[in-house]
Design a protein around this ligand. Structure first.
Ligand code: NAD
Length: 472
């Protein structure tokens, strides 16, 4: 049992003022493995005050000083990969390929922020003016449970690179992973107050950050519903906001695609992070002219997916993060059946042989209409929908008929044709015949998938304000 009862404020571990606690679970066994003490408004305000006091010095630090600071943070995270791996397995249950990525990615995102900072033009001449890009101020960074350390490290490194100071409010469900990040920050000996982390609930600690007049910017990753609440409360103080929200991403399989290769890629896109990914390709659009062959290939690919013990190398889908999430996913499977969708693989309940753990059967529905609940709402589990289309025009119309616009995938043998289809999809990111990610390109959503972009120079600019100087 691990007991986490301190926050990281003003460069030190401090006792929590908030006295309530939450249990931490191993989702593969349902066992309680620890507790986290939840901060309250007093803890949040202490962290904001520390960040505010540290801001003038941080804003004045040179690029070289900021790079040195981030380098120490990066090294401290790199030294803690084994500890982070143990936390990811115990608290999240990510299968081995994913859990390895989850411990390497935090180091990569700090490196990427450093690469951007090293050549970023903070001053630019524009006609007779000089434009200075200045740190926006204290940043509130609010993150979800599904890739905890990467989100904290990416947002924090970018805020510090911009010359901001920050208060992080991570998900209370990922406290073991957050503890590793706090220990890295402590070891990195950053100037006191530049980086603070407060454990707690969104309605308590998160709400203080989005309401505080001393916080100038919120960078949030999480659900669209929470993003909407944050946007509303940020309006009172005109905060700058970056919102990375949910998705219901389409995978468009064109009629010239190879069925086996297309099915393998589509299922990988749909089941990324055990289906608990904002970018998961959960609506698979197939041409009516070759529907049977694509359905067969997809069904075979989904049946071949192993959902179970995350420590087993053959497992690619691990448990849902919590009992609540398991119930939610089960509810969507029941709704899909009730609305008339037809199961090609999986269904309700746990995978065969598993009595414990929040495991879901990898599930594929067909005969799905785009107006059904399972095609409209983000399920956040390994549940995919097959939707038929008559021609390219209809495929694009169905792909775009969603409140979301975060990611999309187009699969086809004729790359030029697939790319032309991709260009018509209203989505912040569209992939063609690949799941490769470009970390220096902007990442973010159109429509209700968010506001603004992260990554690369776009990510850094989101923590800056332009000041135009014209001297007579
Ligand atoms: P969530 O919205 O429930 O919580 C995210 C964070 O917001 C948590 O730290 C939570 O405590 C906090 N929060 C909750 N209410 C708040 C409030 N009123 N004020 C301030 N903070 C509050 O999301 P989750 O369940 O942790 O994560 C899953 C969601 O995140 C999914 O919808 C997924 O699509 C989305 N997501 C988006 C991206 C992206 O880059 N677009 C990436 C990962 C996850």
């Amino acid at each position: 049992m691990q007991r986490i009862d301190q926050h990281f404020i003003n460069g030190a571990f401090v006792a929590s003022h908030g006295q309530h606690h939450a249990n931490l679970h191993n989702p593969a066994t349902e066992a309680v493995i620890g507790t986290v003490q939840l901060g309250d408004a007093v803890d949040a305000e202490r962290a904001v005050a520390a960040a505010k006091a540290a801001l003038p010095a941080q804003a004045a630090r040179s690029v070289a000083e900021r790079l040195a600071m981030l380098g120490r943070f990066r090294d401290a995270m790199a030294e803690r990969q084994d500890a982070l791996h143990a936390a990811v397995l115990a608290e999240y249950g990510a299968p081995s390929a994913r859990s390895r990525w989850m411990v390497e990615h935090p180091v990569q995102v700090i490196d990427e922020a450093m690469r951007v900072l090293a050549d970023f033009p903070f001053q630019r001449g524009v006609g007779q003016a000089q434009v200075h890009l200045l740190p926006v101020g204290v940043a509130g960074l609010i993150t979800p449970w599904n890739s905890n350390a990467s989100f904290i490290c990416g947002k924090l490194a970018t805020a510090l690179a911009a010359g901001c100071t920050a208060v992080v409010k991570p998900s209370e469900m990922s406290a073991l992973q957050t503890q590793v990040v706090m220990e890295a920050l402590h070891a990195a000996q950053l100037p006191a107050g530049v980086a603070n982390i407060v454990n707690g609930l969104g309605q308590d600690v998160g709400a203080v950050l989005s309401a505080s007049p001393d916080v100038a910017k919120i960078s949030f990753t999480g659900s669209t519903a929470t993003g909407r609440a944050i946007l509303r409360s940020s309006a009172d103080t005109f905060k700058r906001v970056t919102l990375e929200l949910g998705g219901k991403s389409p995978t468009v399989i064109l009629d010239d695609a190879d069925p086996q290769a297309a099915a393998a890629l589509a299922v990988q896109a749909g089941f990324i992070n055990s289906g608990q990914a904002c970018i998961a390709g959960t609506r698979i659009l197939v041409p009516e002219s070759r529907r049977a062959v694509f359905e067969d290939a997809l069904a075979a690919a989904v049946r071949a997916v192993r959902s179970g013990d995350p420590r087993d190398a053959a497992t690619t889908v691990g448990p849902m993060v919590s009992e609540r999430q398991w119930q939610r996913v089960q509810g969507y499977i029941t709704t899909g059946i009730a609305e008339g969708a037809r199961l090609l693989a999986g269904g309700e309940g746990r995978p065969e042989g598993l009595q414990k753990g929040w495991f879901v059967r990898p599930t594929l529905f067909t005969d799905v209409r785009n107006d059904m609940t399972i095609a409209r709402e983000e399920i956040f589990g390994p549940v995919l929908c097959v939707i038929g289309y008559r021609d390219e025009e209809e495929a694009v119309a169905i792909a775009n008929d969603t409140a979301y616009g975060l990611s999309a995938l187009v699969i086809g043998s004729d790359e030029a044709r697939a790319t032309a289809v991709a260009r018509q999809i209203q989505s912040g990111r569209v992939l063609v015949n690949t799941l490769r990610h470009e970390p220096m390109a902007p990442f973010g959503g159109m429509k209700q998938s968010g506001i603004g972009r992260e990554s690369g120079a776009w990510g850094l600019e989101a923590f800056l304000e332009a000041q135009t100087l014209v001297v007579g």
